[in-house]
Ligand binder design. Structure first.
Ligand code: ZN
Ligand code: ZN
Length: 345
């Protein structure tokens, strides 16, 4: 089969690989129909993710058809259409029993990281019963790809951890796919204001179409001042960090209102300063989380009922034999205006 392979920092290739086999009775092998590229894949290609070693097939998102199942798999059978979760969960370890699947001691984020992933014609998915989801018959499979990672990530790490409330004021720092997923799912809770902050006018314009009540371009570095002015000097109840660099986290520290929450979503590679000398008396909370995908079944219903239109996050489409072009387009998002690129087999 053809697969997209990480061959060490800056080195990527499409290679011919053997089709994966069932190696544990709880495994399934899934034939991919659609996959996509995540910002995390770009981090891996830069060499930022040491757990992902050269030779690895990348990808942790996708929908497909079950090809084979191990003899302990009871919930899925060959021919079933499935959503592949970015998190593999054994369902039985201490963390899984607490719903913290991202910390599963036997799984977690392993696909396209510690084991071969979904940017290939076939993928082996461990713990199939507790890590795959049935794709409803007649569902728009393009939209379902957004359920593998970005919708639950934006919702769980941003909206739920950020305790978005009816009538509250929310700021989302970073209008990339994850920030936009937080924007779409924050609206379940009817906040009064959602302010999007980014450096890219195109993404901010998209944010307005996706439901932001105000947008701030921080090219001039004055986002904090502008947000404070918009909120009458009070700040925001929820500040969602969806970039993963020190400056955007510090922006959140500067705009959080007394009693508010800073919900970090971004993947941070270097330290960010925590200004306790300004925050110690402000009754705030700071939350961090890796997505557990515990809300995927609920989000699937909201996508099915068109309560959210997840498909609009897809800006570009490629066939799998153009996967290198797909990476080029996604990697140059500032010029190509790419959000999610859909790769079809
Ligand atoms: Zn991802
Ligand atoms: Zn587990």
């Amino acid at each position: 089969m053809k697969a997209f392979v990480f061959n060490g920092p800056g080195k990527k290739a499409v290679e011919e690989r053997p089709k994966p086999e069932i190696s544990a009775p709880t495994d399934a092998v899934v034939k991919l129909l659609k996959t996509t590229i995540c910002g995390t894949d770009l981090h891996i290609l830069k060499g930022d993710v040491p757990t992902c070693t050269p030779g690895r097939i990348l990808g942790h998102e996708g929908v497909g058809v079950v090809d084979k199942v191990g003899n302990a798999v009871t919930a899925f059978k060959p021919g079933d259409h499935v959503i592949i979760s970015c998190i593999s969960s054994c369902g039985t370890c201490e963390y899984c029993r607490r719903g913290m699947y991202s910390h599963c001691i036997n799984g977690g984020w392993i696909l396209g990281n510690r084991i071969d992933g979904t940017q290939a014609e076939f993928v082996r998915t461990p713990f199939a019963d507790t890590s795959l989801y049935h794709a409803p018959a007649g569902a728009e499979e393009d939209a379902l790809v957004m359920l593998s990672d970005i919708l639950p990530t934006g919702f769980e790490c941003g909206v739920l951890n950020g305790k978005v409330q009816p009538g509250s004021t929310v700021a989302i720092v970073g209008a990339g796919p994850i920030g936009l997923a937080a924007l779409l799912t924050a609206q379940f809770y009817a906040p009064a204001e959602i302010i999007m902050i980014d450096l890219d006018d195109n993404r901010l314009e998209m944010s307005t179409r996706f439901g932001a009540t105000a947008v701030v371009n921080n090219k001039d570095g004055n986002a904090v001042e502008k947000v404070m002015k918009m909120t009458g000097g009070r700040g925001v109840d929820t500040a969602i960090e969806a970039v993963g660099v020190p400056a955007s986290f510090i922006t959140c520290e500067d705009i959080v209102a007394p009693g508010g929450v800073i919900a970090n979503v971004g993947v941070h590679g270097v330290k960010a300063d925590l200004h306790l000398e300004r925050l110690w008396d402000r009754n705030i909370s700071i939350t961090t989380r890796l997505v557990d995908t515990s809300t995927t079944p609920m989000l699937l219903k909201t996508v099915q009922s068109r309560r959210i239109d997840a498909k609009k996050l897809i800006t570009h489409r490629f066939k799998f034999d153009q996967v290198l072009d797909a990476y080029e387009t996604f990697g140059a998002a500032a010029n190509t205006h790419a959000l999610k690129v859909l790769i079809e087999f």
